[in-house]
Design a protein around this ligand. Structure first.
Ligand code: WT7
Length: 646
């Protein structure tokens, strides 16, 4: 990683916070000093933003590293923090969720409504025999009941395991079995791409292989016919009839809140375990700090699915603990038309938008004229998460969506970290397009070389975390050894994130993707992200994915898959021009051996490019064959391979 090409990223524009935002920002530069002076006191202060039934005796117990205990002896209830306290403070009439169904049906849910629904669901769970210490699988579309189900579990102390509604019966049953779940909460289906998409048949198939499941609680969303068995219970029977009175019991700060499975590239998914007090402290604080949320005036929208950690921390727990008013959208961004997201921004006056680079690049590909048809002037802050955002996409987001004035916060974190770790602070940081900038106050991230030595400014290496943080994973569910092996064995005493990173001359951090995605070309380490950014900086390119393919002369050779912007035509000349463009931008060593023009890229369900599949394609091709592909069978082949559960 040290050999990362010198100064690959030639982006040197900087964008200061708007003066008005800076003057009223929730968090100022003083937070960095405060946290540097006393990290544990800093986190204790953030924990005080929550309601504790019983205060803690010790902020951090790190006597048995890397098994952390935060806020030892403290007790709280997560649902109380997200609901009861807002209602008790007189904010019951405030809108918690503006829900927008894909077919255009809507629901407006106040904090009082959500509180009532969660109390009923909590009573229903108790009636179904679910209580503290049990596991519940949640397999739902993006409907309000998904959030209600999570909060009801938290309220009674049951540990939820949300499984993305797009996963197969195999993936679902594997996760149910691993967690030994007692109950599945699901729906008949949801709407996707203009039609009902069933979920219940997948659950039926999965549950046949899961003897631990006692009941299946089913929300009626689409009204389509479903098979009905002994274990099945309708949500509207069990929940709507239940009492709306429910007193939230306090749970220990280290009580297990949720398990969320991350799919590695090949191995069995890891059940990442998060607990209660530290997790909520950091999810809540980072949502307040990074999005500068003003609960009385902002309309916040995170476009993630609750099946991912982003949905957990920045749709459910962070925003609701902060009393936010937010949007929840059920469907896809191109149904019934490609301006759907912008139409929603206009309709509700969204002020803060949090989305993923893959979506931003898709919007770039669809063309500037689409967002231009909508009034987006309510927006004041934009966020990005999930993968490195190329400077070009960053600038497009700021210019075309953010009117050239909204700060863009590029937030780096992982399922394992539970909450944002590296990000600009919108009222403080002069941001650079493509850089996640600095660790947040209270977080100590570093970039180290192979021997765990911190790299100097201008150096590249591995991203590590030096000190425990409140929302860190506590273990891999049922497999402490795998927790140690995966995250704590690469470097003694450091958490290894698995990402490559660069520290620039100013000390700011540039995330370079998974270290498995670094290519070795004629002895030089080149990150796929950097070549992708160079390609996307060409005006005719919307999106690019780069892989290293085995090459007899150079060890690995760079193969790029490129999607052109709406108006550009594919040609051999354009391919040559793009290869030269990369060579000019990054140096001749980074010139792709091959560029394939494609209509789509294979992505995981969470929008990450599946480089492994592209590498297969790249390696099966004869050398020197600069093929110009258009929406071809190669990509069809790839997409067939994508059906396997991840
Ligand atoms: C991996 C974690 C965090 C919620 C969604 C993904 C990549 C994430 C960024 C960013 C560069 C990023 C990393 C990380 N990643 N955010 N802002 N810049 N890379 O959660 O599925 O657990 O994936 O996503 O490679 O390790 P996840």
């Amino acid at each position: 990683m040290n050999e990362t090409l010198a100064n690959l990223l030639q982006e040197n524009r900087r964008f200061a916070p708007p003066a008005e935002l800076a003057a009223q920002a929730n968090v100022t530069a003083a937070a960095y000093d405060e946290a540097a002076a006393d990290r544990l006191a800093f986190w204790a202060k953030q924990a005080e933003r929550l309601h504790w039934h019983k205060t803690w005796d010790q902020v951090l117990d790190w006597s048995n590293p890397p098994f952390a205990k935060w806020f030892v002896g403290g007790q709280l209830n997560i649902a109380y923090n997200c609901l009861d306290r807002h209602v008790l403070a007189g904010n019951g009439d405030k809108v918690a969720i503006h829900w927008e169904g894909e077919p255009g049906d809507t629901r407006t849910i106040t904090y009082a409504d959500l509180y009532r629904d969660v109390c009923r669901a909590a009573n229903a769970l108790t009636d179904l025999g679910v209580g503290a210490g049990d596991r519940v699988a949640i397999y739902m579309p993006m409907i309000p009941e998904a959030a209600v189900a999570m909060l009801a579990c938290a309220r009674v102390g049951a540990t939820h395991s949300v499984v993305f509604g797009g996963f197969s019966a195999d993936a679902l049953s594997g996760r149910i079995q691993d967690a030994d779940a007692k109950l599945v909460i699901t729906a008949d289906g949801g709407y996707r791409r203009g039609k009902p998409s069933a979920l219940k048949p997948t659950v039926d198939e999965a549950v046949e292989r899961c003897p631990s499941i006692e009941k299946v609680l089913v929300v009626r969303r689409t009204g389509e016919e479903v098979a009905w068995g002994d274990k099945d219970v309708w949500w509207h029977d069990a929940v709507e009839g239940a009492s709306a009175e429910h007193e939230a019991q306090p749970f220990d700060a280290e009580h297990p809140l949720f398990i969320l499975y991350t799919s590695g590239t090949t191995a069995k998914p890891k059940g990442i375990l998060h607990t209660t007090g530290g997790y909520l402290t950091q999810a809540s604080y980072t949502h307040h700090a990074v999005f500068d949320l003003k609960p009385d005036t902002d309309v916040y929208w995170c476009t993630a699915d609750i099946g991912w950690v982003t949905g957990h921390s920045y749709i459910v727990y962070g925003p609701l603990s902060n009393g936010a008013t937010q949007i929840m959208y059920e469907g896809t961004p191109d149904t019934p038309h490609k301006g759907r997201l912008w139409e929603i921004v206009e309709k509700y006056g969204v002020t803060i938008l949090y989305t993923a680079p893959t979506l931003i690049r898709t919007m770039m590909k669809w063309g500037d004229d689409i967002p231009a048809q909508f009034n987006l002037s309510s927006l004041r802050l934009l966020g990005s998460v999930g993968e490195p955002i190329n400077p070009e996409a960053w600038i497009w987001y700021r210019e075309q969506i953010g009117a050239g004035t909204c700060p863009v916060v590029d937030t780096w974190w992982q399922t394992e970290t539970g909450a944002i770790m590296i990000s600009p602070l919108p009222g403080v940081t002069e941001s650079k397009p493509g850089s996640a900038m600095r660790p947040l106050p209270g977080i100590s991230a570093d970039v180290v070389d192979d021997t765990a030595v911190s790299v100097p400014p201008g150096g590249g290496g591995y991203l590590v975390l030096r000190e425990p943080w409140p929302s860190m994973l506590r273990t891999v569910w049922g497999d402490d050894q795998r927790f140690l092996d995966t995250y704590w064995s690469r470097f003694e005493g450091l958490y290894f994130a698995g990402d490559g990173a660069k520290r620039d001359e100013d000390g700011d951090l540039w995330l370079l993707g998974r270290v498995d995605d670094v290519m070795l070309v004629s002895g030089h380490n080149i990150s796929t992200t950097e070549v992708e950014s160079a390609l996307v900086s060409h005006p005719k390119v919307a999106e690019a994915a780069v892989v290293g393919a085995t090459d007899p002369t150079t060890g690995q050779a760079i193969v790029a898959f490129v999607i052109l912007r709406g108006s550009a035509d594919a040609s051999e000349e354009l391919v040559a021009e793009l290869r030269n463009h990369v060579a000019r931008t990054l140096g001749p060593i980074a010139k792709p051996r091959q560029i394939m023009l494609v209509a789509e890229l294979p992505k995981t369900r969470s929008g990450k490019i599946m480089r492994r599949l592209l590498r297969d394609v790249a390696e099966n091709r004869s050398l020197g064959d600069v093929t110009t592909l258009q929406d071809s069978s190669v990509m069809d082949l790839i997409s067939k391979g994508l059906q396997a559960p991840s």
